[in-house]
Design a protein around this ligand. Structure first.
Ligand code: BES
Ligand code: MN
Ligand code: ZN
Length: 492
């Protein structure tokens, strides 16, 4: 795996009152009304003549010697929020992508609190400049950013810097998730992600335990083992624990870590949508990355995480249709489609999570194509057994601008679609409501612990550069999980 996520974390970030000499790309916030900053060197009429009205997301760059001065639209100064600042900062970073040292006054926008603004602007610049270099010999494809200076008035300087430090941690985590999900399956199998998790845990104050195939067998994890049966690569279950003193609650997270999803013997057709099935571990990547940020952010809740990692491959030893698997909690599942593998690995993970009786469980998974049909590529599905927990997820999702929309986990109506003649349930429902039947399946493994499920199949992959997102894996869910953990209050 290359180092684009460390490139993000290696940027020097500082907050000062005036623009430093060394900065070559200078960004200034411009609203749709009010004064235009003098430093731009042009007035509103000149900006307007070039199609720039100050709307949020607009940028207009003016050459300035070898550097550039950039007008950054922030829209109505009375309605800009942290999410708007993050996106505006990302647009600035894109406009200034040729430059190494950026300076910007976006965090000095009074309408947003100094800490919040500092955090959002750093997240926006760092994530907007993230580029996956991966296995390209031409490394000039990578981000050039080395220094980011935020300018702020005396009264906001300290708050902006404090927020900026949090923003760097959060952006580093989201970039790590992108990096993991962008990495080809040839370069990141279950063993590899376990090795990474051990190193990341050691560096970020987590306890990490790795379970191999034999151990999973002893533990009765028939779901992940069943999915793994056709693979040459062995599976790994990775348990991460963040345990602060006097925790304010205990949250468990479970991530789908299907390192490559071929569909198994229910083989996927080779269309472009399936070429991104290396990203079927995006849930596990989001969980691991979120965990890596908790100590630096002084999260007060205890968080336990389970990464369920394996390939899903066809072969002579692969899972067959009609096979029955016994999940960790003893429930039996009849396989009707080997491509519905995510729920099988999650079933073991959820069963393990429940055994510790946390105050809530959240899983995150690229689980169903159906959620793309329902919500498209920018919105994740959320379903759950506890409305208070689902509400917390929705609230944090809105706060970090990783949008989710709730679908009904309607067991009463649709549980019957999973009825099996030979086992407790089938692993697929009918042709409709695939996201809902998947979540009903999962809810069989959470007992009475408050539970929310995030289906991120839609936003896992970005087709074209857009705001903080660059083409490729999105890291979606990482910032949401961080914010959820840091604001977690036990539901019920
Ligand atoms: N990993 C896929 C879901 C997916 C599809 C993620 C497209 C991202 C983009 C999952 O394992 C899967 O194959 N789901 C099946 C379930 C079906 C067989 C019930 C699906 O959605 O088609
Ligand atoms: Mn599948
Ligand atoms: Zn899958």
């Amino acid at each position: 795996m290359s180092d684009a996520s460390t490139a993000v974390t290696n940027v020097n970030i500082s907050t000062v009152r005036s623009v430093p000499q060394a900065a070559t790309a200078l960004g200034y916030a411009v609203a749709t009304k009010g004064a235009v900053p003098r430093a731009l060197g042009v007035g509103r009429a000149a900006l307007a003549a070039n199609g720039f009205s100050g709307k949020a997301g607009e940028v207009l760059a003016v050459p300035n010697g070898d550097g550039m001065i950039v007008a950054i639209g922030i829209g109505d100064p009375g309605s800009i929020d942290a999410n708007g600042l993050r996106t505006a900062a990302a647009s600035f970073a894109r406009a200034a992508a040729k430059h190494a040292h950026l300076a910007v006054n976006l965090a000095d926008v009074d309408h947003v609190g100094a800490k919040q603004a500092g955090q959002a602007v750093v997240e926006g610049v760092l994530l907007g400049s993230y580029r996956y270099v991966g296995l390209k010999n031409d490394t000039s494809a990578g981000s050039r950013l080395t220094d980011l200076t935020l300018t702020a008035g005396a009264s906001r300087e300290r708050g902006v810097q404090q927020g900026a430090e949090r923003g760097a941690v959060v952006a580093g985590a989201a970039a790590l998730a992108r990096e993991l999900a962008n990495t080809p399956p040839s370069h990141l199998n279950a063993k590899d992600i376990a090795t990474k998790a051990v190193a990341i845990g050691a560096a970020t104050g987590l306890d990490v335990e790795v379970f191999n195939k034999d151990q999973l067998q002893q533990m009765g994890c028939g779901g992940i083992l069943g999915v793994n049966r056709g693979s040459t690569e062995p599976p790994r279950m990775i348990k991460l624990t963040y345990a602060p003193r006097n925790p304010t609650g205990h949250l468990a997270m479970v991530g789908k870590g299907v390192m490559y999803d071929s569909g198994g013997i229910s083989l996927k057709p080779s269309n472009p949508m399936h070429a991104v099935m290396k990203m079927d571990m995006s849930g596990a990547a989001a969980v691991l990355s979120a965990m890596s940020a908790l100590k630096a952010l002084r999260c007060r809740a205890k968080v336990t995480a389970y990464l369920m990692c394996t390939d899903n491959m066809p072969s002579g030893s692969a899972l067959k249709l009609g096979d029955v698997l016994t999940i960790r909690n003893g429930k039996t599942v009849e396989i009707h489609n080997t491509d519905a593998e995510g729920r099988l690995v999650l079933a073991d993970g959820l069963s393990l999570a429940v055994e510790e009786q946390p105050d809530g469980i959240v899983d995150i998974a690229t689980l169903t194509g159906a959620v793309l049909g329902a919500l498209g590529t920018e919105i994740a599905g959320v379903l759950g057994t506890s409305q208070p927990l689902v509400d917390q997820v929705k609230e944090r999702a809105a706060a970090v601008d990783e949008p989710v929309w709730q679908l009904p986990l309607d067991t009463k109506r649709y549980r019957k679609l999973l009825d099996s003649v030979v086992a407790d349930m089938k692993n697929v429902g009918g042709p409709y409501a695939g996201t809902i039947t998947a979540s009903i399946f999962l809810s069989e493994f959470v007992g009475d612990v408050p539970y929310a499920h995030l289906d991120i199949a839609g936003p896992m992959d970005i087709a074209a550069d857009n705001g903080i997102y660059s083409r490729g894996a999105s890291g979606f869910g990482t910032r949401l999980l961080i914010d959820l953990a840091c604001n977690f209050t036990p539901p019920r």
